[in-house]
Design a protein around this ligand. Structure first.
Ligand SMILES: *Cc1c(COP(=O)(O)O)cnc(C)c1O
Length: 423
């Protein structure tokens, strides 16, 4: 609240493609997709048309005893993207609620199978899964967590596979094996009490864009299967093509037991989240006893407008061959940033799909403490929306950057960096 007395809020008037425009006519390249939700630009004509048509057909109907075409079509499309392995979808509105659903469903499924002792959860250092009380319990980002620590159910918080931790002679795979070993040790002792392991496959986003080898995801899958523990893949940020495949788990050639989606699934238009799961989990709730059912509801669950936006978003993936196009865009931006990536004050320059990040080498503690705010303010003056996490600067642009946008982004980012680093 106090910061905004000196750094006023930017009042956005309208958006177009990758750009946002304020009331004074200034423009900002949305290099972080408005908190990682926007995929195909602001005011996208195709998504707009789909929502407008849906608006005149059905704006909302409850998803209890009733269903509707957009939610059925979306579930079928998503299921098909997993080859039918994750053939059941449970809907909510925001990411944190999807995580709550996965945690509750995991526990309740074991309980229905007579394994009610399995009520503990495993999460990772630096992991982020949302800020409601259940999701925060498996989140390890101190700024969000510390004030509420006393309210939260204890969870097992294990070593992250973050490749930046590589010691002499280690590569990302060896860090992954080290982290997986920590999980194996815990499961050997405690698996009969553990319900699920929750991870952000490939990139721990809110924790500072920490990237890891897909080998880690493979190891976690192997261990979860061996020890009869569920694997929850939180793909709320890394899903929907962000890492280069539609689902991040595809890099490891496997499916989790629960997969959470939100953020980009509606193209960044409307709140929508869902949890995909397997037939065996579905069957564990299939009963004539109400107590064995999964009772969890949100008023706007599976909202038709949001589902329609999601269907329009998935159509764009198909029609425009987006994953292939993004490889081109990523190569171009990598090229434009190649000399910057080896700058002496740029550490751990990293990229996965449409995510770029680096850590600024800031030695002055005062600059380190204010780096993110300074960078954000300076970037605005250079027509960029970039919001570092601490001293980790990242780009997560929408999948519509033109050649000109890419060059502008790379140039301006470097100007901002130099200005902030030598105040
Ligand atoms: C953003 C995010 C969430 C929470 O989603 P909200 O819609 O903000 O509640 C959960 N997990 C991950 C990995 C996220 O990035």
């Amino acid at each position: 609240m106090q910061h905004h007395e000196s750094v006023p809020l930017v009042a956005v008037h309208h958006g177009s493609g990758a750009w946002l425009f304020d009331h004074e006519g200034n423009r900002y390249l949305d290099a972080i997709s408005s908190w990682w939700v926007n995929l195909f630009g602001h005011a996208n004509p195709r998504i707009n048309a789909a929502i407008k048509h849906q608006l005149d057909t059905l704006e909302h109907a409850m998803l209890a005893g009733f269903t509707h075409e957009p939610v059925v079509a979306l579930s079928e499309k998503l299921s098909a993207l997993t080859g039918g392995v994750l053939g059941h979808c449970f809907y909510a509105s925001d990411g944190a609620s999807a995580v709550e659903i996965a945690l509750k469903m995991s526990f309740h499924s074991w309980r229905n199978q007579g394994l009610g002792d399995k009520k503990e959860f495993v999460c990772l250092k630096g992991g982020y899964h949302g800020e409601t009380v259940g999701a925060l319990a498996v989140t390890d980002v101190p700024v969000f967590r510390d004030a509420y620590q006393a309210m939260l159910a204890p969870a097992h918080c294990l070593m992250s596979p973050d490749a930046r931790q590589a010691q002499d002679g280690e590569n990302a795979d060896l860090v992954a094996l080290r982290a997986a070993h920590a999980l194996e040790k815990l499961l050997q002792e405690r698996a009969t009490h553990i319900s699920a392991v929750i991870i952000e496959p490939l990139v721990q986003c809110a924790g500072g864009m920490a990237m890891h080898s897909p080998l880690y995801v493979q190891e976690v899958r192997r261990l979860c299967t061996a020890f009869n523990v569920h694997l929850i893949a939180d793909e709320i940020a890394v899903g929907c093509g962000r890492t280069g495949k539609f689902f991040a788990c595809e890099h490891a050639n496997l499916w989790p037991d629960f997969l959470c989606l939100s953020k980009g699934i509606s193209g960044g238009y409307l709140p929508l989240s869902l949890v995909m799961t397997r037939e065996a989990i579905y069957q564990s709730f299939y009963s004539d006893s109400l107590a064995r059912g999964f009772l969890h509801s949100h008023s706007y669950t599976g909202n038709p407008l949001a589902c329609r936006a999601a269907l329009a978003t998935l159509e764009i993936f198909d029609e425009d061959n987006v994953l292939v196009q993004n490889r081109e865009r990523a190569a171009q931006l990598n090229g434009a940033l190649a000399s910057f990536a080896v700058h002496s004050q740029v550490k751990h320059f990293r990229q996965q799909g449409m995510i770029w990040a680096f850590d600024a080498q800031v030695d002055d503690p005062h600059l380190a403490a204010t780096f993110s705010r300074r960078f954000f303010s300076c970037a605005l003056k250079h027509e960029l929306l970039v919001r570092p996490i601490g001293t980790s600067v990242y780009l997560m642009p929408p999948y519509v950057l033109s050649d000109a946008d890419i060059n502008l982004l790379a140039e301006r980012l470097q100007s901002v960096f130099h200005e902030v680093m030598s105040p």
